[in-house]
Design a protein. Structure first.
Length: 202
């Protein structure tokens, strides 16, 4: 079993030049993934993380504008000062690149579990996985070693909900997803369970 404690941070990637007292409006870069109920940026930004940011904005009399960007573009957009902050992030992500910039973090706002979900009648070993379903641009930290050393086909989807039917139909062996997000989409479905015997991030 592999597990790493990961904190999600808000008011993220704040440059040393950004001083809240001097500005009233800030652009927050958010990736394109649909991770509701944690966050999603479609017609109206919503979710737990967005609620936290908006409460902070109200308490400090500032305004946040949410800009949806591909995950690969978020860091470059921040470093080029096209966005003021990033939601979500963690100091361990892209740590080498961050050393070249003055990056400041908030305290952690959330600790989460990312892991594998399987059909409840299949007790798969890690080496038996041939087809893996993931949300586009997900960071599959707990699977990196196996992805590099085994032939695993990856099916990508906009959100975890779009991977449930392929799993139930046998098109994929397993889904990698945030635990809270997956429970929201399962809506009590007991046929799909969290595979605690496989690598996960806690």
């Amino acid at each position: 079993m592999v597990f790493v404690r990961i904190g999600i941070f808000a008011i993220l990637l704040i440059s040393s030049q950004l001083v809240i007292a001097e500005q009233k409006q800030y652009i927050i870069g958010v990736d394109t993934n649909d991770e509701y109920p944690l966050y999603r940026i479609d017609n109206n930004p919503e979710g737990f993380y967005i609620d936290i940011m908006e409460k902070f904005a109200q308490s400090t009399n500032i305004k946040f504008i949410y800009k949806k960007l591909p995950k690969d573009n978020l860091y470059s957009s921040f470093y080029n000062q096209e966005i003021d902050l990033r939601l979500v992030d963690n100091p361990n992500w892209h740590a080498t690149t961050k050393r070249e910039h003055n990056v400041i973090y908030s305290t952690a706002i959330h600790f989460y579990i990312n892991g594998m979900f399987i059909m409840n009648d299949r007790n798969l070993d890690i080496h038996q996985i041939k087809n893996l379903g993931v949300v586009t641009d997900s960071l599959i930290w707990s699977m990196q070693h196996y992805l590099h050393n085994n032939k695993i086909d990856i099916k990508k989807a906009k959100n975890c909900n779009d991977l449930i039917e392929p799993l139930m139909n046998g098109e994929i062996d397993i889904i990698y997803c945030n635990y809270q997000v997956m429970q929201y989409h399962l809506k009590g479905n007991k046929q799909i369970v969290f595979a605690s015997h496989l690598p996960y991030i806690d």
